[in-house]
Ligand binder design. Structure first.
Ligand code: NDP
Length: 278
């Protein structure tokens, strides 16, 4: 079935990002080329990787082999914590670009604020210089809470284009999302399906609309993100799910469905607290 095109979200720096992307956290480096090739064949054009995932080369090989024109792709990678600083940022960026086999990146993110190291402001200033060089179109952050964002806004000149945070029905981060909205920072939802760690797909708030629309629970959760205005980057290493997660543009959740899925908030994080990742 032909899918409608993926909508794009305008970013505060004048660029735009496809609202649905494909995440590759925990995708085995040996299988990454094949899995990303599957995703590109399904229609994904937005890929989300990171140095720490160890699979940038596989992503790059799949992109090169696809023959898809570079301007139709949107590629994100992330600076790992031990590369924060200034020169270390430039070096890490060069290495990531090299592994991806790209001339430029669409989006580069500071992976975690790691506030105990107190280098994220310095790191952000290096990101600003990278953007000025034209080798990255947009710069943003990940796992920044409102108070981390506030400090960047106070002490630097460029507002992050995105904040990529853990966000799913069980953990909606209302404070960070509200701060981001106020400052035109787009929210990207990582772990959008709760990483499969919670029984999200069995709850009536999710299974009810799935039955009504003839869709799967995962599609309902992805649709919930899209209708909230989040950028969403589900990961799957399973071909049928890669396709399933993309087939989300031919139905719409009702306002009541949205409220019921939103009512699942439990404050459950899948990972570490933001202030504790060193
Ligand atoms: P997700 O919420 O995307 O969940 C992935 C899990 O859900 C996998 O176990 C997958 O299984 C399963 N799954 C996927 N689709 C379906 C489906 N249709 N039905 C049932 N189960 C399904 O978690 P991620 O942590 O991977 O988050 C997505 C992306 O966000 C990452 O890949 C990464 O790019 C980014 N991320 C960023 C972080 C950050 O700190 N900035 C942290 C974590 C993630 P299977 O693969 O076996 O199909």
């Amino acid at each position: 079935m032909t899918q409608p095109p993926v909508p794009r979200i305008q970013l505060n720096d004048g660029t735009s990002i496809p609202q649905l992307g494909f995440g590759v956290f925990k995708v085995d480096p040996k299988q990454t080329e094949r899995i990303v090739t599957d995703a590109l064949e399904v229609g994904y054009r937005h890929l989300d990787t990171a140095r720490i995932y160890g699979n940038e080369e596989g992503v790059g090989r799949a992109l090169a082999a696809s023959g898809i024109p570079r301007e139709q792709l949107f590629v994100t990678t992330k600076l790992w914590n031990d590369d924060q600083g200034t020169q270390s940022v430039f070096d890490a960026f060069d290495r990531s670009l090299d592994r991806l086999g790209l001339e430029y990146l669409d989006l580069y993110l500071i992976h975690w604020p790691t506030p105990r190291n107190d280098r994220y402001v310095e790191t952000w200033k290096a990101f600003e210089r990278l953007r000025e060089s034209g080798r990255v179109r947009s710069i943003g952050v990940s796992n920044f809470l409102a108070h981390h964002l506030e400090r960047l806004l106070d002490e630097t000149d460029v507002v992050p284009a995105v904040d990529q945070i853990e966000l799913h029905p069980y953990h909606q981060q209302p404070e960070t999302a509200a701060f981001a909205e106020e400052h035109a920072i787009a929210i990207e939802a990582w772990g959008p399906l709760g990483q499969g760690k919670y029984p999200l797909f069995e709850l009536p708030a999710v299974t009810g609309p799935a039955e009504v629309h003839g869709k799967t629970p995962a599609q309902v959760v992805i649709r919930w993100h899209l209708q909230l205005g989040n950028v969403v980057i589900p990961k799957s290493a399973t071909p049928s799910r890669i396709r399933e997660n993309f087939e989300v543009f031919d139905f719409e959740l009702s306002p009541l469905d949205m409220t019921e899925v939103g009512g699942l908030e439990r404050g459950f994080r899948t990972g570490s607290h933001h202030d504790n990742v060193a």
